[in-house]
Design a protein around this ligand. Sequence first.
Ligand code: AMP
Length: 139
Amino acid sequence: MNNCVFCKIAQKEINAYIISESENFLSFLDIHPHAPGHTLVIPKFHFQNFKELSEELGIEFIKIVKETINLISQALKTNDFTLGINEGPLAGQAVLHLHLHILPRFKNDKGGSIHSVVFNQPQQSLEEIYEKIKNASES
Ligand code: AMP
């Protein structure tokens, strides 16, 4: 897509520190790393959300994520990672081309767990929310 920075990286119009590549995916170092080895995994063609990832491509996606983690793990000597997708602007997605963040974690790295991303306590009970979700999946 025109003017998408990640499409340009995928098409090699913009340089990036590529870690791993497969037929339809690419992983490369984040230009503003929040941790040593902070890496992004993207599809080579444009779509915005994880929700749009097809089942066929899902296996290839998981493969490159695992391969990238294994390489970083060996190189930077850590087995601990936070993995995350900012799925949509309300979740903080700035680049509207699917990307998974791989954040290597280290002792005393001043980071938190996934629980620190949001604290929006539900007004409804678990039962009410559960019913809504179940009804959605059945309709
Ligand atoms: P998000 O907030 O999840 O959309 O994150 C977008 C990420 O893309 C940020 O962490 C940026 O640092 C990263 N980023 C933006 N442009 C580039 C680039 N040219 N090369 C590598 N990473 C980039």
